[in-house]
Design a protein around this ligand. Structure first.
Ligand code: CP3
Length: 357
């Protein structure tokens, strides 16, 4: 915890969730079993999700509190996971400030006019809580329904958001993004700073409405070398973590392909660092340092193998996590769309029974 004052906003974090196994593990406190949830657990593989989403575009569904509540609860009911993740998307706050963007099924976020120049920055105005009143409403409904199950709020990290905005859509090499980062460092720094403010505002809304933890998704940051991350990205991510430090809710920091960045990602201000499947958790703990809890890290593709192979891989994850200060079991990235939901339910049960004290 930093020395920040606790903000005076109306934070409603459900007291019912305060003693949950998930929050204890995030804080490195003793737990009766290892908690588990899955990135992208809401949506994707669940038939009940596809049914309620029928005919409703993704971004529109994010603006309907009742639908958001139902979709967020679905994996909790079905899999008995230890935490819910708020159903939304990383581009929702950008849409909310008026950017012309959409989420194309099977593709991802697509931005009509990419952000490439200083004049383009004017389009990134500050996010006000009223811009996302539906989030406040949905989080309020959810914390009522969830009872003792904590709700994780989330946002996209400045680098990953910048990549979508500068490229105009999903990108393998992030070439326009890196061209700006290396070629126009002041413009880049200003872009990331604005995104940090928007992201922080979006997380604050979720925490004040009752989210018990937050996760910053920097999914594509593994594309960077450590020195570039430290110089050109870390200040913006650190600003986001600082802005919400005073609430005292665990802050999780996740990216993919971040083996070489784990130490810096912890340094940016996270309480919990998410690890993909490429680095064993004991080694990840050495790299992250600071006695921080870790989250991860079963390869999501393992779930396509027979049950015995899934269980043996999950056992390996649990074994490498044995001496961690805290461990939240998760996949090393999101649930893949064609994953068998029953394999996820069985995995939750397996982790719980294997780790029961
Ligand atoms: O975890 C959850 O289940 C909560 C919901 C959630 C969504 N997006 C819903 C969604 C979360 C946490 C996200 C985060 C997100 N969105 C990230 C970070 C996590 C990660 O996987 O790295 C990123 C990079 C995005 C951007 C984005 N939005 C992508 C890459 C896609 C997938 C495109 C596709 O169809 O393959 C989306 C769309 C999206 N976000 C869908 C859902 C349920 C699919 C919507 C649809 O197809 O209608």
């Amino acid at each position: 915890m930093s020395g920040n004052e606790r903000p005076t906003g109306q934070q409603q974090t459900s007291t019912a969730a305060a003693g949950s196994v998930f929050l204890k593990a995030c804080r490195g406190e003793p737990v009766p079993h290892t908690p588990v949830w899955f990135m992208r657990q809401a949506g994707r593989s669940l038939p009940e999700y596809l049914k309620v989403r029928e005919g409703i575009p993704m971004l529109e569904s994010c603006m309907r509190p009742e639908l958001v509540t139902e979709i967020t609860l679905q994996p909790v009911r079905r899999h008995k996971v230890d935490a819910a993740i708020y159903f939304s998307d990383i581009v929702v706050p950008l849409k909310a400030i008026g950017l012309d963007l959409d989420i194309k099924p099977g593709v991802g976020p697509v931005v009509a006019e990419p952000i490439r120049t200083r004049a383009d920055l004017q389009r990134l105005r500050a996010l006000e809580p009223d811009d996302v009143a539906y989030v406040t409403e949905a989080v309020g409904m959810l914390t009522g329904e969830l009872g003792s199950v904590p709700l994780i709020g989330f946002a996209g990290a400045p680098f990953t958001l910048a990549s979508y905005l500068v490229e105009g859509g999903p990108s393998r090499n992030h070439e326009h993004t890196k061209a700006m980062m290396y070629g126009e460092p002041r413009l880049w720094a200003d872009l990331l700073d604005r995104l940090a403010d928007i992201t922080a505002a979006f997380l604050r809304v979720q925490i004040e409405a009752g989210a018990s933890a937050v996760q910053l998704f920097d999914s594509w940051v593994g594309a960077l070398a450590p020195a570039d991350y430290r110089r050109s990205v870390m200040p913006a991510s650190a600003k986001v973590f600082d802005a919400v430090a005073g609430y005292g809710v665990p802050r999780i920091h996740f990216g993919v392909g971040t083996g070489e960045l784990l130490g810096l990602m912890g340094e940016a201000g996270a309480d919990v660092v998410g690890v993909d499947w490429r680095v064993p958790l004991d080694e990840a703990a050495r790299r992250v340092g600071g006695g921080r809890a870790l989250q991860g890290n079963l390869d999501p593709a393992v779930l396509f193998a027979p049950r015995s192979a899934v269980e043996s891989a999950a056992r390996d994850v649990l074994d490498t996590a044995r001496d961690l200060p805290g461990h939240v079991f998760n996949l090393g990235h999101g649930v893949l769309p064609s994953t068998d939901p029953d394999a996820l339910t069985r995995l939750v049960d397996f982790v719980h029974t294997q780790t029961q004290a």
